[in-house]
Write a new protein. Structure first.
Length: 183
């Protein structure tokens, strides 16, 4: 973990000097320098006093880089296609176990010819258009503003039944580490 690098970055971003941190925490500048250069690991009590001086939650200092805010700008989204009908998928953002996507279904397109199943849970929000969905023996039609969710281990299928492009916001949760594999 690079806790020291995080401390230094936060301190500099907030225009706080090392001397100010030392004055508030009672730590020596030599010790703080070793902390910021990742040469020593401070105790939790010491980290707590540093966090207080920086006015950040202690938990924030303990986050690994991949656990911090991940920003994906509109023009920087990864775009893929899926299924036999090449349904467009815009990958909005992801954490270790959750990913969000905007899925565009041209009229008549679907997630595939047959229902499919996989690990995880899904939540869908229809932004635009008309959608038909099947989940096991359940089936329903959805319009703009409707939402639905399910356990994805049960075979499921989604199809655009409208005359215009349908857009669905999809959030998928799974125990799989999405930072390693990504649809």
């Amino acid at each position: 973990m690079n806790i020291g690098s995080s401390i230094r970055a936060i301190r500099k971003r907030k225009n706080i000097t090392m001397a100010q941190i030392c004055e508030e925490t009672g730590l020596s500048q030599g010790f703080m320098s070793q902390v910021e250069n990742n040469k020593t690991s401070p105790s939790i009590a010491t980290l707590e006093s540093i966090a207080k001086a920086l006015k950040v939650p202690l938990a924030y200092l303990l986050l690994r880089k991949e656990e911090r805010m991940n920003v994906v700008r509109n023009g920087e989204r990864r775009i893929t296609t899926t299924g036999t009908e090449n349904v467009k998928v815009e990958h909005l953002s992801a954490t270790k176990n959750v990913r969000m996507m905007l899925v565009e279904f041209p009229p008549g397109t679907s997630t595939g010819e047959t229902p499919h199943a996989h690990e995880g849970e899904e939540v869908h929000f229809v932004i635009k258009g008309r959608i038909y969905a099947e989940h096991g023996e359940d089936q329903a039609e959805f319009s703009e503003g409707d939402s639905f969710s399910w356990n994805a281990c049960t075979p499921h299928f989604v199809k655009n039944i409208g005359e215009d492009v349908a857009v669905v916001l999809v959030s998928v949760y799974t125990d799989t580490d999405y930072s390693q594999t990504f649809l």
